[in-house]
Design a protein around this ligand. Structure first.
Ligand code: PBG
Length: 331
């Protein structure tokens, strides 16, 4: 009775754990993770962020401890974001260029604690330093000026590289900034400092908790739609990536993460470069809210979403769940 049996049974390889392991197409490990951390001033300070439950801002001693924790968990890289004291924010965001600013001191504290056992990724954009919360310099109408901003971002990137940053990650979305930063890094002798460009960064509603964490949410006037991408656009993401690669980016990022996995996939298929995704603050908050509401189980939600990034083609993921995920994966 040959006709009464399925010719193929896809359930057959799924029938035992050993077999599922054998057939698994995608691997997720702690070394796929980048852990974003928020830095605040002071000593012995931990400030929980209400809209990011489970995530805190740490003073330098705490940041150094988190970096050591990352090393012990096998997380290869951390991303730093400063919560600049209000009195140091200004129209031009000049604090970004201070060699003794919070970011630079955090880089050094991590270096002292961990040497070269961990990669330090630093964000290039002016929003944690400006009194208006925009990523660049604005004219009287509030428009973010491209070329004037790029000139400042170059100095910001050099300031971070001189403090010891390993990966410069411009998140500002100005045109031409990757070439300008790459040239300045070369001229400054920073030949091995990498650039991970936030190449396809969307004007998203998922950044709210991050803006709370760096203290820019209340300050932000208007939106960022004249420089961050329209969520409706996919073709344009490929142009952004092509330009940033031509300008010297070592790797590219897509941001936010889960709602934009189609973009990750398209970038991965078009370009043979490492693609990273940022599972942003609002995505983290959604998972935590689902857990709090009893709608899902945290560990499983976290590992499933991170596996989805890998399956889509990511080389790695920036995620606030990095330490939890690493613990689960190392078990
Ligand atoms: C700022 C920056 C943002 C994020 C990373 N860098 C916010 C923004 O563009 O307003 C968002 C990260 C997150 O939401 O977790 N240049």
């Amino acid at each position: 009775m040959t006709g009464s049996y399925p010719a193929t049974r896809l359930r057959r390889p799924r029938s035992a754990a050993w077999s599922r392991a054998l057939h698994r197409e995608t691997v997720l490990t702690a070394s796929d993770l980048i852990w974003p951390l928020f830095v605040t001033d002071g000593q012995g300070v931990e400030e929980p962020i209400a809209t990011l439950p489970g995530v805190s801002r740490w003073s330098l001693d705490g940041i150094a401890a988190r970096a050591k924790e990352a090393v012990s968990l096998g997380i290869p890289c951390i991303a730093l974001f400063p919560n600049t004291p209000a009195n140091l924010r200004s129209e031009e965001g000049g604090e970004a260029l201070n060699p003794d600013n919070l970011m630079c001191r955090a880089i050094k504290a991590i270096r002292d604690a961990c040497g070269s056992d961990i990669g330090v990724l630093t964000d290039v954009a002016l929003d944690p330093y400006t009194s208006h919360g925009q990523d660049g310099l604005v004219d009287e109408a509030g428009y973010v000026l491209n070329d004037d901003t790029v000139a400042v971002l170059v100095d910001q990137a050099i300031n971070q590289a001189e403090a010891g940053a390993d990966i410069i990650a411009p998140s500002d979305m100005m045109d031409g900034r990757i070439r300008a930063i790459r040239m300045a890094l070369e001229l400054g002798g920073h030949h091995n400092v990498q650039i991970m460009s936030y190449a396809a960064k969307y004007a998203s509603a998922f950044y709210g908790p991050f803006r709370d964490a760096v203290g820019s949410r209340g300050l932000l006037k208007g939106d960022k739609k004249t420089y961050q991408m329209d969520p409706a656009n996919g073709e344009e993401a490929l142009r952004e990536v092509a330009l940033d690669l031509a300008e010297g980016a070592d790797s590219v990022m897509v941001k936010p993460g889960l709602p934009y996995l189609d973009i990750v996939r398209r970038v991965r298929e078009r370009f043979e470069v490492p693609v990273f995704a940022y599972q942003v603050s609002g995505e983290y908050a959604m998972i935590e809210a689902a857990v709090a509401a009893g709608a899902g189980e945290r560990d499983a939600l976290v590992l499933e979403t991170l596996m989805a990034f890998k399956r889509a083609g990511c080389a790695g993921v920036l995620t606030y769940h990095a330490p939890l995920a690493a613990r689960l994966l190392n078990d």
